[in-house]
Design a protein around this ligand. Structure first.
Ligand SMILES: *[C@@H]1O[C@H](CO)[C@@H](O)[C@H](O)[C@H]1NC(C)=O
Ligand SMILES: *[C@@H]1O[C@H](CO)[C@@H](O)[C@H](O)[C@H]1NC(C)=O
Length: 366
């Protein structure tokens, strides 16, 4: 009764004095500093009853690997505390990292009922371990799951949200068209990566590889349709010695008009890559058949990179891969096995009739 009276009083005041304007506006925004010093935004709704709903994700990013599980945190609470719990609606949605990606629903929950959608069906659930827990548990992560996830809590007429970024960890590799440098449009770059068991890399992923020493003098498309190249030791043909090391940007380019290379990204493998023990060298078609006869398939470029970087594959024999390129993985550099740094050595795209070894990929699935 008294609260009602107060509200009416406040409303009356707010229509007549400018000093009360803030009360009428029942949204307050605060920027707070999180534990790690990173700025997080916490949104607070002030109800006319004086109860505030808070929604917070607690951390800006979460990292996972392909095939792994992650929990995207989200928590809501009221101040002052409610005497009895209220049923709220929780909605998670996803904004893909890829340029042109549209927002998609992930999961909607009301009380203990929940439903997930599209590519997230059977892979997501709401945790609900404690009062106000609205964390999203995701299993069997896919390469394309990278992006911004938004947790939205709806109580009555009011809703508030917090976002968390999901980033996959793995390995980046530069990819060129078989006929040479700078021949891929954005869509072709996207497709080229997908055909090699990978996706176009995000800027965060490229930046991480640059910190780990990736030095590449050709510009490539990234998932957000920008074009960049990572330089760890500046030299003349890569923009000159005067420039500082860094991830250089050409900015956002026209998707169908400009042509560059691609930066592909891949993560953990469910399966193994191996160099086929064969009695003799093979041309490309026979190499494909030989892997099939071994109960496997010819390895894709992304699979070889994942096996090298995440599985430590080391083999000083060049072998055919699915795209018709010839490569070999070195983790322990030595004489006659390429440069002094570890890496996947590329010998280009020989004629398909040439005779070489082959790398096969055997999946763990089935
Ligand atoms: C992910 O979660 C599922 C379901 O809870 C479980 O079966 C699986 O072993 C987990 N995978 C990993 C890599 O932890
Ligand atoms: C590879 O060799 C087989 C015979 O072993 C032949 O039938 C096939 O045409 C050859 N493929 C290419 C691309 O040269």
């Amino acid at each position: 009764m008294r609260e009602c009276f107060l509200q009416t009083l406040l409303l009356l005041l707010s229509c007549c004095t400018s000093a009360a304007a803030n009360v009428h506006n029942n949204f307050l925004y605060h920027d707070i500093l999180g534990q790690n010093g990173k700025k997080q935004s916490m949104h607070i709704i002030v109800y006319s009853s004086g109860v505030k709903l808070h929604v917070d994700n607690g951390q800006p990013s979460v990292f996972g690997v392909r095939g792994g599980n992650v929990t995207l945190p989200c928590r809501f609470w009221y101040e002052p505390k409610l005497s009895s719990p209220r049923e709220v609606r929780v909605k998670w949605s996803w904004l893909p990292a890829a340029a042109g990606g549209r927002e998609e629903d992930v999961l909607v929950a009301f009380g203990s009922q929940s439903r997930s959608f599209g590519v997230f069906r059977r892979r997501t659930e709401l945790r609900q371990e404690f009062l106000g827990d609205a964390a999203l548990v995701m299993t069997d992560l896919q390469l394309r799951d990278t992006g911004q996830y938004r947790c939205e809590v709806v109580d009555g007429l009011e809703d508030e949200r917090a976002t968390v970024h999901l980033e996959l960890q793995g390995v980046i590799f530069p990819y060129q068209h078989p006929r040479g440098r700078y021949l891929l449009s954005f869509l072709e770059a996207q497709r080229a990566c997908e055909e090699q068991d990978s996706t176009l890399a995000s800027f965060t992923q490229l930046f991480q590889s640059w910190k780990e020493g990736l030095n590449w003098c050709s510009a490539g498309w990234l998932a957000d349709a920008t074009v960049r190249y990572p330089i760890t030791w500046p030299r003349v043909p890569c923009g000159g010695q005067g420039l500082a090391p860094g991830v250089r940007s050409y900015g956002r380019r026209r998707l169908n008009f400009h042509r560059y290379d691609a930066f592909c990204f891949t993560s953990s493998l469910r399966g193994k890559v191996y160099y086929l023990q064969a009695p003799h060298k093979m041309n490309l078609t026979d190499a494909q058949k030989a892997c099939q006869q071994d109960g496997a398939e010819i390895a894709k470029v992304g699979q070889l990179y994942a096996a090298w970087k995440l599985g430590g594959l080391d083999r000083c024999d060049a072998g055919w891969l699915a795209d018709g390129s010839l490569r070999y993985p070195i983790t322990r550099p030595r004489q006659n096995c390429g440069p002094a740094e570890p890496g996947v050595r590329s010998l280009g795209f020989p004629l398909p009739k040439h005779m070489h070894g082959v790398y096969c990929y055997e999946s763990d699935d089935e």
